[in-house]
Design a protein around this ligand. Structure first.
Ligand code: GN1
Ligand code: MG
Length: 331
């Protein structure tokens, strides 16, 4: 608690503070701070994020906000930085809290439509804006590279006791991942990088804002569309048995199309992007099952991080199976 309070104070806020833990997010630790000046969100950042990542996030959100799209406003420290490095080496940042609530699953086609239309508008504001990123997470959404890293993790573990329990999951990924890779020459622009549903803030079915800007990068919009679909069209969420819901998929496609930013080539690749990002995340979770180093895990429900990541990987694999069946079944 002292570490949180000390870091909050670096951003010019004054005590008394009350602090609440926010349980969501798979990498950072997030807290809500009630201060005299208002409500703020403070995060202790995962090691994958650097000060430059926070500076990129500030530049992108300042631009997006100037275009009328509600995204968080980052506070700066007394030194003018949108991050604070504490004496113990931890990295922190603070932003204004946006109104609205976050959900881990989509509960109606109207929500899927609204989020998709919002994502399309978000993509639209980058048509004439470019930015030189300095803190992008290396190889993020570079699926061929992630696949190589995954195979390295398998090689390092094939003689350990970890291998047998995951062998059928491993076999599924090895058989399916390479055929989902997207063509390398697609048009690229700024994307969000993590448009899962819990990064949209809702009031009923209205979107109040989009959060989480550590993963912005230049890439094809299909990566965002694929990531959005794998999160939004799964009634089970990431922590339970996957259930693909076709009505959510159709509503999302309609909502995104209504923003008018998708070309014919991209439209044709949407199902492949959906499959790609689903299997990419399965691979990332399964790699962490072996390496035990990246994602946060729920100690109330799982004995350790490996178990939680194995369950998460299986849910994404099951989702991939269901999407494949849907896409290949004539109506
Ligand atoms: C992580 O931290 P969070 O929950 O916003 C991950 C995303 C995954 C997501 C799955 C930087 O996002 O890529 O899709 O978990 N972010 C990073 O829930 O690895
Ligand atoms: Mg994120």
């Amino acid at each position: 608690m002292d570490r949180i309070l000390h870091s909050v104070a670096q951003f010019g806020l004054n005590p008394p503070f009350t602090v609440e833990k926010v349980p969501s997010g798979l990498i950072h630790k997030t807290f809500l701070v009630h201060a005299r000046e208002g409500e703020f969100v403070i995060q202790e950042l995962h090691k994958v994020v650097r000060p430059e990542t926070c500076e990129d996030a500030k530049a992108i959100t300042d631009y997006v906000r100037s275009q009328g799209i509600p995204v968080p406003e980052f506070l700066v420290t007394h030194q003018g930085k949108p991050w604070h490095r504490a004496a113990d080496g931890s990295l922190w940042r603070v932003m204004l809290r946006l109104p609205g609530t976050s959900h881990d699953t989509v509960s109606s086609p109207a929500e899927a439509y609204a989020a998709a239309q919002f994502l399309g508008k978000f993509h639209g504001v980058f048509a004439h804006f470019s930015y030189k990123f300095r803190g992008t997470i290396p190889h993020f959404h570079d699926t061929p590279h992630i696949f190589e890293q995954f195979k390295n993790a398998l090689n390092a573990n094939k003689t350990t006791l970890l291998f047998a329990p995951a062998s059928s999951d491993v076999a599924y990924i090895l058989a399916h991942a390479p055929k989902e890779f997207l063509p390398p020459d697609l048009p690229s622009q700024i994307i969000h990088g993590d448009p899962k549903i819990s990064n949209f803030l809702f009031h009923d079915t209205r979107i109040m804002g989009l959060i989480d800007f550590d993963t912005c990068m230049n890439h094809t919009k299909l990566v965002d569309i694929g990531d959005a679909l794998r999160s939004w069209c799964n009634r089970g969420g990431e922590d339970a048995q996957a259930t693909f819901d076709r009505s959510l998929y159709e509503a999302a496609l309609e909502g995104y199309t209504s923003a008018g930013v998708v070309g014919a080539t991209e439209r044709a690749l949407v199902p492949q992007a959906f499959l790609l990002i689903t299997i990419e995340l399965a691979m990332r979770f399964l790699q962490d099952y072996f390496e035990d180093s990246y994602f946060r895990w729920d100690a109330a429900r799982f004995a350790n991080r490996r178990e939680h990541n194995l369950a998460r990987a299986r849910n994404q694999i099951e989702l991939h199976r269901q999407i494949t069946e849907y896409i290949h079944t004539p109506i």
